[in-house]
Design a protein around this ligand. Structure first.
Ligand SMILES: NC(=O)c1ccc[n+]([C@@H]2O[C@H](COP(=O)([O-])OP(=O)(O)OC[C@H]3O[C@@H](n4cnc5c(N)ncnc54)[C@H](O)[C@@H]3O)[C@@H](O)[C@H]2O)c1
Length: 476
């Protein structure tokens, strides 16, 4: 591991060149070989569990239970899923001939893309780096990993794990900030898998375009929640607050803000306040002392959240709970706001912290309109027992994922594609979708025993015209 803030450009170049022959030889790697690597990765990760608890405590003051649930579990589950299905995923997929290609034999081959770059964010530094690594290794690629510069303690554990398990000619990790990321992005990788903000996603896509490198962009955005009058309000409050305050709201799929039907708003707010008191403590001091609240990643990020709260309050928002913030201590209390005016900054920026604006609505179509007026979110949550409301919201909105009467679990389900749409991301991760993101689906067609195409060779005669006319009629 290179420990200076930004990795040495010569080291980056050397690693990239070193991985070229490995990428070629991995094209022929077998499922058995890849599975052995994945097994070692799983064992190595679990062996470093205690080291990771300490590292997460140092970087984010993250409780061990949350490290298990939100960092280790998704990677271990990704590994388990890949181990169970990899041999099947790798198998060429036979394709029946179409009418126009009768007589041919066709299949889709899954080949490794080659040299891949995985760039991660700071909010889930293990999960967002090693999850895609599982898919990349399962698909037979070489990888350079670049984690966020804001989690040095966790990065040290992951770098040691990677160095212990892999030859750097196959998987290597380089640490550093923006300059390192840009140096890496200047190289002609075969695929870039980026997790981070939409703003940097654009930078990544622009850099990748110089080499026509394919990209998977796992981005963020403002994921709305709708709670209508038919919802099980207690369950909605329990799940929404869990999704919002886990990792102090620094979660790409965290509920960003809530639209709740006016007739149940007061009850919903009361339940939320009771839950904050029950989970983290009844007084502001007890909440601040709770060992179960992760801290904000840096003082700068905590200051931004404090400013979002203060700006909303200064413009007339009402504080329902929390509000306390201390950037030096990187602390922001679980905060509920309402009556947030339209011009408040919190209405347009991804909050990415433990602050939840709650807004009343009267008619579901107003909410649908508001959602459609914003960039497409990564997640959309609907709490409603009304089938017609579920159908209406599903049909009239777009988002990376949709979650009904639940929260964040769409991220965890290995059988579902995980990703955004447009502003919230391009491409999908997890399970088979992750394997395909790191694979080239190569079309392969072979001649069969018959060659109907020969009927159409020149010289073109009336028979050719009759045959092509008949074929066109059949295809219509
Ligand atoms: N969709 C997902 O799976 C997912 C998961 C976690 C986080 N996120 C999103 O990530 C964001 C928070 O993470 P973050 O603050 O680390 O994101 P970020 O975009 O600031 O940084 C992500 C990575 O990009 C690098 N980077 C930053 N600026 C760069 C630049 N100008 N050029 C090249 N590289 C650059 C960083 O070093 C880091 O490794 C939020 O928007 C969140 O929603 C998305």
């Amino acid at each position: 591991m290179h420990t200076d803030l930004d990795a040495d450009p010569a080291l980056i170049q050397a690693l990239f060149e070193q991985q070229a022959p490995t990428a070629l030889s991995l094209r022929c790697s077998t499922a058995r070989q890849r599975l052995a690597k994945l097994r070692r990765l799983g064992d190595g990760l679990m062996d470093r569990r205690e080291a990771l608890y300490k590292a997460f405590a140092a970087d984010l003051r993250k409780p061990a239970a949350e490290v298990d649930l939100t960092e280790l579990l998704p990677v271990v589950d990704e590994l388990r899923h890949a181990r169970a299905h990899l041999a099947k995923w790798m198998r060429p997929r036979r394709v029946w001939p179409t009418l126009a290609t009768l007589g041919t034999r066709a299949k889709v081959l899954y080949q490794p893309r080659g040299r891949c770059l995985i760039i991660g964010p700071w909010n889930y530094p293990v999960n967002t780096l090693l999850g895609p690594l599982v898919s990349a290794v399962a698909a037979g690629n070489t990888v350079i990993l670049k984690p966020s510069e804001f989690t040095p303690h966790v990065n040290a554990v992951v770098a040691e794990l990677v160095a212990a398990l892999f030859d750097p000619a196959e998987v290597a990790m380089v640490t550093g900030g923006v300059a390192t990321a840009q140096r890496l992005l200047a190289l002609p990788f075969d695929h870039v898998f980026f997790t981070g903000s939409p703003a940097v996603g654009k930078v990544v896509m622009e850099a990748a375009a110089q080499h026509l490198t394919s990209v998977t962009l796992e981005l963020g955005g403002k994921s709305p929640v709708i709670v209508d009058q038919s919802a099980d309000l207690r369950q909605a409050a329990e799940l929404i607050l869990w999704g919002k305050f886990t990792n102090a709201g620094q979660t790409c799929v965290a509920p960003d803000h809530v639209f709740v039907h006016r007739s149940v708003k007061d009850r919903f707010v009361r339940l939320c306040k009771e839950l904050i008191a029950k989970r983290y403590g009844p007084t502001a001091d007890e909440v601040e002392a709770s060992p179960d609240l992760t801290r904000i990643i840096t003082a700068r990020h905590a200051r931004r959240l404090g400013e979002l709260i203060d700006d909303a309050l200064a413009r007339g928002a009402t504080l329902l709970a929390g509000g306390r913030h201390d950037s030096a201590a990187r602390y922001v209390a679980p905060t509920l706001l309402t009556d947030v005016p339209a011009d408040a900054r919190i209405g347009s920026e991804e909050i990415f912290g433990p602050v939840l604006p709650i807004e009343a609505f009267d008619v579901i179509d107003q909410v649908i309109q508001r959602i459609n007026a914003q960039p497409k979110p990564l997640a959309l949550y609907l709490f409603s027992r009304s089938r017609s409301t579920q159908d209406r919201v599903t049909a009239h909105t777009s988002s990376g994922g949709l979650c009904l009467n639940h929260c964040v679990q769409q991220y965890v389900h290995g059988g579902l594609p995980f990703g955004g749409v447009n502003h919230s991301g391009i491409g999908s991760a997890h399970g088979h979708y992750g394997f395909k993101a790191f694979s080239h689906e190569r079309a392969c067609l072979a001649s069969g025993p018959l060659m109907p195409l020969s009927l159409f060779f020149p010289p073109y005669t009336r028979r050719t015209s009759w045959l092509s006319g008949s074929l066109l009629k059949m295809l219509r």
